[in-house]
Design a binder for this molecule. Structure first.
Ligand code: WTA
Length: 651
């Protein structure tokens, strides 16, 4: 846990408490601590009653027989029920919200589109028919590799409508990362675009897709959205233009009644091995949980315009750009491009242009906004904002205070939401009208969530502010159900360390008010700009280069990205360190994974610090990478102490 110790020190210095304003509380869905407390206690005392009551709001083709069946570590929610997520996110709203904006889209070049619930229902129905026409059946996998454009949401919802399982791959991932994910899921169809806009240039999605498809066999059809208007090769029989297929598709497609536990999506995320995990979520539990969290955490009102800056390639985009918002009949804003294009005021410009009332973004973005300066947000009218959110990594109090004062003008509560790809929805946060906020502390567990902090033997840590491992002691509706194709990994990764409890991989502490403070990962997972990356993934990319004998990757604190990537590399005989080789290795990692994994620094070394049993001592490398002058902790198991001295001397 040494990795996060320094970060915690910095976080703990801020002790001020901020209260939601009377104004906010007056119209908040929940405004009394007693109300939260009563609902929370009920959700633990009688989970079946609590979740059953809430899920009753939805449309069910067949009612469930039992709310929860828990065979550690396999949960089934709303057992025996039949429902459809898109029926609840679209059809259900047609009577009362037919012409309300469902998706407001802003493209990077400044183009804009609004899809009402009626429009979205029609487009989703049509694309569901397109998928059927391409032979997609219930249970088949569809990979979606698109920019942040409405078609990404349409494709996801179309899959959910017919019971196909979507696997969205972030558009910033490389061809080989895409191929790996297609192969693991054995997808039958790929939905992509000719390209997407990013900082005024075209991201060549179709070209990447073609390269990926050269090393995959499962994909029978590729659907290509025309976004940038660039000429792309189309393989006859395999590749089809989205607009051509849509032109002749019927707009009638009834939502398929699906079993509560029917798989909804697979989303790949990094773990502590080289191979990303396909986290699998199912239908009804995910639906209930993301809908309820979106409603209460964002205090959603009929008139809100909600803007989450996450890409649909990440879980935040799944749960809190698309599903959680549409299930509540809300208006969700999608922005395609970079926050600093054409200038650093873009996000504030969008808020002003559309009258955004809720903004949900990541600490790394907030730190970049701070660096660019207050003059950008000051140029725009931000008075429509009433609530701010943060997600993805611990937020340092300095960034929290800037967000609160400069963006929220001291009026808007901030929700610092802790959760994971695996948890499906927000797990720990303050509720905006209920709880006082403490910068750096995520806050309290959401309804139905029972966290604990334990030492490595599994004993609860009772002392206030004492660090330990964060676990969840009981199943919740939107928990992952398995790792796609690898149930053994699911059991080992999440349920073996503290049997019967879900292990999050995060360190945390709890204060005397029961507020949780998340300290960061305790495993070999990095958090770079709020994106999860496995050190082993980057290492295996590096060792696939002919010059590299061995690689060890560690994180080092970074003022904007949270964590930066430092790679220690030993070369094979015949290769010598050089700036050119360093640049080549960085490019090699970008090719293997994507730009998010580009190492900030490559450090060539003749040897790695290893234990006598041959294990690389990453703890030492982390300290060296952070530039610490003195190496702390036990070094007695080092095989060769001089390696550390040499590494330090080379700084
Ligand atoms: C980290 C993103 C502190 C944490 C939704 C977790 C956070 C990992 C917070 C999951 C937060 C996320 N405070 N840390 N509010 N939110 N994290 O799967 O380490 O991309 O385990 O899901 O991000 O990242 P993932």
């Amino acid at each position: 846990m040494d990795q996060s110790a320094d970060r915690i020190e910095a976080v703990l210095k801020e002790e001020r408490v901020f209260y939601p304003s009377e104004d906010f509380k007056r119209s908040a869905l929940l405004a009394k601590p007693e109300e939260y407390q009563a609902l929370y206690e009920e959700s633990l005392r009688d989970p079946e009653g609590f979740w059953g009551r809430f899920a009753g709001e939805f449309h069910w083709f067949e009612p469930w027989k039992k709310v929860l069946e828990w065979n550690v570590p396999y949960a089934k929610w709303f057992v025996g029920g039949k429902t459809n997520l898109t029926y609840n996110a679209l059809d259900r709203h047609l009577a009362s919200r037919r012409n309300k904006a469902a998706i407001v889209f802003e493209g990077e070049p400044g183009d804009s589109r609004v899809l009402t619930y009626h429009d979205l229902h029609r487009e989703v129905s049509k694309f569901a028919n397109v998928l059927k026409g391409l032979g997609v059946n219930k249970g088949d996998r569809v990979t979606i590799y698109l920019p942040m454009i409405p078609e990404a949401a349409i494709a996801m919802l179309a899959c959910a409508r017919i019971g196909a399982i979507h696997s969205v791959v972030f558009g910033g991932f490389s061809a080989s990362a895409l191929a790996e994910r297609i192969n693991d899921a054995q997808s039958a169809v790929l939905v992509t675009a000719d390209g997407g806009w990013r900082r005024g240039s075209v991201v060549p999605l179709k070209a990447n897709a073609d390269e990926a498809l050269a090393s995959t066999e499962s994909v029978r059809h590729v659907v290509v959205v025309r976004r940038v208007g660039q000429e792309v090769p189309m393989l006859p029989g395999r590749d089809h233009w989205y607009h051509e297929l849509m032109a002749s598709a019927s707009d009638r497609c009834e939502a398929e009644p699906l079993d509560s536990e029917h798989p909804l999506f697979i989303l790949y995320t990094s773990g502590s091995t080289g191979k990303p995990k396909g986290v699998m979520h199912t239908t009804a539990g995910y639906m209930a949980y993301v809908a309820l969290t979106a409603r209460y955490v964002f205090d959603l009102k009929e008139t809100d315009t909600y803007f989450c800056t996450a890409d649909v390639g990440w879980v935040t985009g799944h749960s809190y750009v698309v599903y959680g918002l549409l299930l509540n009949g809300a208006t969700t804003l999608m922005y395609e491009g970079a926050p600093n294009w054409p200038d650093e005021g873009r996000i504030w410009n969008i808020i002003d242009k559309y009258g955004v009332s809720i903004l949900y973004t990541a600490p790394t973005a907030i730190r970049a906004f701070m660096k660019w300066g207050e003059q950008w947000p000051l140029k725009y009218r931000l008075s429509s904002l009433r609530l701010l959110g943060s997600v993805g990594e611990p937020i340092n109090p300095e960034a929290w205070l800037w967000y609160y004062h400069v963006i929220g003008k001291g009026r808007c509560p901030i929700v610092d939401t802790w959760w994971q790809t695996e948890t499906g929805g927000i797990m720990i946060t303050t509720l905006p009208g209920v709880h006082p906020m403490k910068p750096g502390h995520a806050g309290k567990p959401f309804f139905g969530v029972e966290p604990d902090i334990v030492d490595t033997s599994g004993k609860t840590i009772t002392g206030a502010d004492e660090g330990g491992h964060l676990i969840i002691k009981r199943p919740w509706p939107s928990m992952l159900r398995t790792v796609w194709g690898d149930p053994e990994r699911y059991e080992r990764q999440y349920w073996s360390q503290y049997p019967g409890n879900y292990f999050t991989g995060d360190g945390a502490r709890r204060d005397s008010d029961g507020y949780y403070l998340i300290m960061g990962r305790v495993d070999d997972v990095l958090n770079v700009s709020g994106h999860r990356l496995g050190t082993m993934e980057v290492e295996s990319a590096l060792v696939s280069h002919p010059a590299v004998a061995e690689a060890a990757v560690v994180g080092r604190p970074d003022p904007i990205k949270g964590e930066g990537i430092v790679a220690f590399v030993t070369l094979k005989a015949g290769y010598t360190p050089s700036d050119a080789l360093s640049a080549e290795l960085k490019a090699h990692v970008v090719k293997a994974i994507g730009a998010i994994a580009r190492p900030d620094e490559i450090r060539f070394t003749e040897a790695m610090p290893k234990t006598r049993s041959g294990k690389i001592m990453r703890r030492l490398l982390r300290q060296i990478a952070a530039g610490e002058s003195e190496i702390k902790g036990d070094t007695s198991t080092l095989e060769d102490r001089s390696v550390v001295e040499r590494l330090k001397a080379a700084q």
